[in-house]
Design a protein around this ligand. Structure first.
Ligand SMILES: [Ca+2]
Length: 484
């Protein structure tokens, strides 16, 4: 029997969900049925409580890894060090308000919604020896919150204004980002950076119009020197623009793929949040991982993030689990970074196998997109097609499509893997009234991470308006992943 209405499968107990369970429920659902709008498994997923994981397990891993250095220390001695709260008695006046570092419910949110970084600091990992570059509107090097960690080698002015890297005083976006990643601790100023002993530089790029070439130069500036680039900018996020990196910036990403994760006293900013703050926060966490294990590559970092992230207690529903067992969410991704878990993984990490890339031949047959209907295109992937670039375990998947429709804003696009994992790659965009074409656009999804690509893929374009007809005449998949 097939279900033909929206389904949410709920688990309220502690039952573990296996990949075959997920496939079973997807098999019960007729994905082509017009009335099925969304299918998601709501599951009690792994939430690692800090008391279970945090300190004690990290201590054990830490002691094993640093045996030579720490062998004189008994477990009790190390434990004592971890319990030494004086290490985190910062004198920085805003530390208590940095809910993302230590959430005691000060913002009214659930207390566990933080990046669980304290056990890592107590272990002595604070970002020493790691260099971060903030690609933004520059950094004020004299800012007390970053001065001690400021690194001029990582810094450059690519805005062609050549004013000694110094942004004009009112431009402090880059400095705020720097303070979040690597603000100085215990200097009686502002708060504490995630990697407060890391070195931080700034490439000034976004004071004015930016070209593809400038973006490209920024992304590889001092490449041999910089460990992490962080960029809190991108195409206009206004709900109506379709834009991405240009060709040169793409090439720079490929060249520099080490890891790009797309003020003075009294000038601290308490309300610097949202996605601008999220990227430097992640850069700080990755700096801590790199101090723990400097040999990690950008792909190792991604693997560790996906393996260890946890579901935040925000009450957001619509979490799903893919066939490899990873939970994911359209807006929240894989969840909150858990720094203690990530560093523990980094210390004992087995490096990932070489990356394989394979692009399927395109399907170029024209299909109409009819009013209030869904258009389905299927594409078969077989390992025997892949020759030397065999992929058994996916990392990212990019779907390239060419769509012409008078109201592209009313289209939703879903990519569904052979295992039945659904990734929404385009949402409705009420503000977009201009675009009548999605021109050979590449939508990338990480939601299939760890899955086997072998089998029938489905592209589903859902048209939510009733007057116009459109068409799609190009669909191909680029798969990235590893052989098992
Ligand atoms: Ca400080």
């Amino acid at each position: 029997m097939k279900f033909v209405s929206p389904i949410i499968v709920c688990y309220t107990g502690n039952k573990e969900i296996s990949a075959s369970d997920i496939r079973h429920y997807h098999d019960l659902v007729d994905m082509n049925a017009v009335r099925v709008k969304w299918v998601a498994l709501q599951t009690p997923l792994t939430r690692v409580k800090r008391t279970v994981f945090g300190e004690l397990r990290l201590i054990d891993i830490y002691r094993t890894t640093f045996k030579a250095r720490e062998k004189k220390n008994s477990r009790e001695k190390v434990l004592e060090k971890f319990r030494n709260t004086s290490l985190i008695n910062f004198n920085d006046p805003l530390f208590g308000e940095q809910w993302y570092l230590l959430n005691k419910g000060q913002t009214g949110s659930a207390p566990d919604n933080d990046i669980n970084v304290l056990p890592v600091w107590k272990s002595g990992i604070t970002g020493k020896g790691v260099r971060i570059s903030v690609l933004d509107d520059g950094i004020h090097p004299q800012s007390e919150e970053v001065a001690q960690n400021y690194d001029s080698t990582s810094s450059e002015d690519l805005s062609f204004k050549k004013s000694n890297y110094n942004p004009i005083p009112e431009n402090s976006h880059g400095t705020y980002c720097a303070a979040i990643a690597a603000g100085v601790a215990n200097n009686n100023v502002c708060g504490v950076g995630v990697a407060y002993d890391a070195k931080i530089g700034g490439v000034r790029i976004i004071d004015g119009p930016v070209t593809d070439a400038q973006e490209a130069m920024a992304l590889i500036h001092a490449l041999e020197h910089v460990d992490i680039y962080t960029a809190s900018w991108g195409p206009n996020d206004d709900g109506k623009s379709i834009a991405g990196p240009g060709l040169l910036a793409k090439l720079a990403f490929l060249k520099g793929i080490s890891e790009v994760v797309p003020e003075g006293k009294g000038k601290c900013r308490k309300t610097f949040q949202g996605t601008s703050a999220a990227a430097p926060m992640a850069a700080g966490v990755i700096a801590l991982m790199l101090q723990a294990n400097p040999r990690l590559t950008w792909r190792d970092v991604q693997h560790i993030i996906i393996k260890t992230s946890r579901i935040p207690s925000t009450g957001e529903s619509r979490w799903s689990v893919n066939a490899a067992g990873h939970h994911y969410h359209l807006k929240i991704g894989f969840g909150i970074l858990d720094t203690a878990k990530m560093v523990a993984e980094a210390l004992t990490w087995k490096f990932v196998k070489p990356l394989h890339l394979w692009t399927t031949p395109a399907i170029t047959q024209t299909k109409f997109i009819l009013p209030y209907k869904s258009t389905i295109i299927r594409l078969l992937v077989k390992k025997s097609f892949m020759s030397t670039q065999r992929i058994d375990s996916l990392e990212s998947v990019s779907a390239s499509v060419n769509i012409i429709h008078p109201r592209c804003s009313k289209l939703e696009i879903f990519l569904i893997s052979p295992s039945g994992t659904i990734s929404q790659i385009l949402t409705k965009r009420p503000l977009d009234t201009d675009n009548f074409r999605i021109p050979y656009w590449e939508f990338t999804s990480l939601h299939f991470w760890g899955e086997d690509p072998n089998g029938l893929w489905t592209l589903k374009i859902s048209n939510h308006e009733g007057e116009h007809k459109g068409m799609v005449d190009y669909f191909s998949l680029s798969l990235m992943g590893t052989e098992l």
